[in-house]
Ligand binder design. Sequence first.
Ligand SMILES: [Zn+2]
Length: 297
Amino acid sequence: MKEYKNCPICNSEGFNPIRNCIDYTVSKETFKIVECESCHFQFTNPIPYENEIGKYYESDEYVSHSNTRKGLIFSLYQKVRNKTLQDKLGLVKHYSKAKTLLDIGCGTGEFLNVCQKSGIKVSGIEPSENARNSAIHNYDLNVQEEEHLQHIKNESFDAITMWHVLEHVYHLNERIETIKRLLKKEGKLFVAVPNRSSYDAIKYGNFWAAYDLPRHLYHFTPKDIEHIFRLHNFKVEKVLPMKFDSYYVSMLSEKYKKGSIKYFSAFLTGLKSNYLAKRNKNNTYSSQIYILSKTEI
Ligand SMILES: [Zn+2]
């Protein structure tokens, strides 16, 4: 296991333990989240080494990579995903020029496929070999492994997207610098991440499914996103909700907490989370999309 000695955002040395969570989906091992004394960023510590993390993704239930269709939860997830793919495409086209797009952590390529069909010149990065191969095979996409990022020319993309990916990325600061290098001057970065300050996160505590340890290395609040990107000369231009995530995450959290899914309770929690977030001015949806641009050109 790799132990951070310094905060991944502000580099300070003092941390406090916050919670221990079980990896319900794959290993059933327990992992720890700590909080930086200085900037209050929460992150998983220690984390598996990079060459060990692959085994924590090896599960049929890990939907983002396996694309299965088992059970109500997953079939609902698939249906919702088809709608959200179209919403994401609309968003990218609305907020950026979107002639060229890079999707980092593109999984099996569904989003890139939708973009490619609409005439965008697309590229993808995906660390999982299986997912990468199915993206290439199923949709005839240009998808490469992470290492390829360093070979891409400066200012290549109008839009770079990371849908629920930033929380998985090792070497966070280096990755953000790479994104800055690859983005055109007027380019836009779209980052979707879970929000640990949402109502559903607070309600489910250690059982909140979007902690997803040890796959999620960082547990962002909207303030953390603003803070880390400001340090890399980005500014948050817009924050948008992902309203289905509160329901999906609540269903999984119910399963972890009670052993089976209490659908009605999960539905009410999802509904309440969205309602409270809508009333609050401080962006507190279960998951949110941040649209960022470079301030230093
Ligand atoms: Zn810190």
